[in-house]
Design a protein around this ligand. Structure first.
Ligand SMILES: [Zn+2]
Length: 417
């Protein structure tokens, strides 16, 4: 069997034929070249209008990289014709195996993009003996195509989240679809301002925004403002993942401050491992740990009081009725406001301020667990971390859409991946 027989099986082009196949002597990586020729008497198709037009001349040969085979790089060699088009002028012909001025064939680009979902971009580049840029370019093409062809109908629930990226206080805003039947990343924007989220709604469209039934988000003021305005018909839910996150941060703050104070007063650094101590059942504590716990309780540590308040707040989520959940919330806030724990009081004040939105979670019958947004948040962080090599926002954006966007791929791409 000849190689062109295989190629005709994997990718046949109606108006082109595969010709001679040869080794490329002296190349650092074993390489095959496959000639492509226009079928006899076929007329070139204008790239501008897609119509058959008379030929004008022929350009020098170009190399298009195809999917490697048995450790060999494979290039298609073709001398593109130019057409004389009465609508578009003198243009190059359309070549069905490639788009635009790319050097990678469509088949190879989809192949690399497919692998880039399973491996890091660097790993893909190494595995297929290609460059990082080629992998990036392939993923970018896949993302652009996927976003042009994705179906945005029937979206009822979205979640708005932010992740920190790079170092310092730079944020990305991510909007997910969190419907039961479809969960995916819909949109990414730089920063987390009013403008950022407004850009999302502009992209999403007025009609679709009005059809939203649920929006989940953090208590971040710019988001709240925009959501109230642009998705007025939706039930706005503050998600559990972010609320517990605020409490966790408050505890860390209390603990750090307290550890510093204790040190300054010359006490032992008793606060290390306190959380762990409290997580363990008292009967499982060793004699040494018992002593330590007794010591901690004697100090009446702020950290432990904060921790206990947070644990108590977990009960909030157990309620079914918004009314009783509200009663619980009020009691918890009152108690916390009397605690003299400044960071905890700050959270309590924030929760009080957003009482109606907090209770919306119960009105939505708890159907949006913290798991969805949290899961996406973790994956997004992992993706941006994996995408370390490139520090530009654009690369991070492409990586996130590729990993989390559940974007469609063309029918033909499935043949190769
Ligand atoms: Zn034309």
């Amino acid at each position: 069997m000849q190689i062109k027989t295989i190629l005709n099986r994997v990718q046949k082009h109606k108006s082109f034929v595969y010709g001679a196949v040869r080794w490329v002597e002296g190349s650092p990586v074993p390489t095959l070249e496959v000639e492509l020729q226009p079928r006899l008497n076929s007329r070139p198709v204008c790239i501008g209008c897609g119509r058959k037009r008379p030929g004008y001349d022929t350009l020098p040969e170009r190399r298009f990289e195809f999917i490697p085979m048995w450790g060999h790089k494979v290039f298609l060699i073709y001398a593109p014709r130019r057409v004389e088009c009465r609508d578009c002028g003198i243009r190059v012909e359309r070549m069905p195996w490639v788009v635009g001025k790319h050097r990678l064939t469509e088949a190879y680009a989809w192949y690399l993009a497919g692998w880039a979902k399973r491996l890091s971009w660097k790993e893909v580049a190494v595995a297929f003996r290609t460059s990082w840029d080629h992998v990036f370019c392939s993923v970018e093409r896949a993302v652009i195509w996927g976003r042009e062809h994705q179906d945005l109908s029937g979206i009822e629930a979205i979640g708005v989240d932010e992740i920190q990226w790079q170092r310092g206080h730079r944020y990305l805003t991510l909007v997910y679809q969190i419907d039961g039947h479809c969960k995916r990343l819909l949109w990414i924007g730089e920063q987390r301002t009013v403008k950022t989220l407004l850009r999302f709604f502009r992209w999403f469209g007025k009609k679709r925004s009005q059809e939203l039934k649920f929006v989940c988000s953090d208590m971040w003021k710019p988001y709240l403002k925009v959501i109230a305005k642009k998705a007025a018909g939706a039930l706005h839910i503050l998600d559990r993942f972010h609320i517990m996150g605020h409490l966790g941060k408050a505890i860390d703050e209390v603990r750090a401050q307290e550890a510093k104070e204790l040190k300054e007063k010359g006490y032992e650094p008793v606060l290390t491992k306190t959380r762990w101590l409290l997580l363990k059942r008292p009967e499982n504590l060793t004699a040494k740990q018992d002593t330590k716990l007794a010591e901690l309780l004697q100090y009446n540590l702020k950290s432990i009081r904060s921790y206990l308040l947070k644990e108590e707040f977990q009960l909030f989520w157990q309620y079914t009725s918004p009314y009783w959940a509200g009663e619980f919330l009020d009691k918890w806030c009152t108690k916390t406001m009397r605690s003299k724990l400044v960071p905890m009081k700050r959270v309590a004040r924030m929760l009080r301020r957003h009482r109606p939105l907090l209770l919306n979670w119960f009105r939505a019958k708890k159907q949006f667990s913290s798991g969805i947004v949290e899961g996406f948040n973790n994956k997004a962080k992992l993706t941006t971390r994996k995408a370390y090599g490139y520090r530009t926002y654009h690369a991070a954006e492409i990586a996130l859409y590729h990993a989390l966007g559940a974007l469609p791929v063309p029918e033909t791409a499935h043949e190769f991946f």
